[in-house]
Write a protein that binds this ligand. Sequence first.
Ligand code: DQA
Length: 148
Amino acid sequence: MSRLIFVLNGPNLNLLGKRQPAIYGHETLADVEAGCRKLASGHGLDLRFHQSNREYELIDWIHEARDVAAGIAINPGAFTHTSIAILDALNTFEGPVLEVHISNVHKREHFRHHSYVSLRADGVIAGFGVQGYELAVERLAWLIGKAA
Ligand code: DQA
């Protein structure tokens, strides 16, 4: 059984720490990656951490995960609300999928209330700040351990 998890990030998350800090906080994506890596290694998990502003790259990483990964945590950014293609890709993945949002999307504009990805996600974390990523890694570790 694979001990590899993917943490995927969509558009504009490369600017984390600089982008609307009142909403997304001051920590950078590098800080998030470091936190996830520490937690994952504590659980004996390998981790691939990626960010892209391009929809097709996220889809390609999901396809790659099909062959090698036990679980995916994904913050699709604005693609959450628009991308049937990312939903279709996630539907080809057999392991657990967790959707992460730094902000509480339900407290924000109406267009953020709908998520295509939620139609596939086994769990959704929103509004816990960047700590949501660590909660997602914890949950993936638990789900993968349970399935082993
Ligand atoms: C986000 C919420 C989305 O609505 C937004 O487009 C993002 C970030 C979040 O992490 O809170 O880019 O996914």
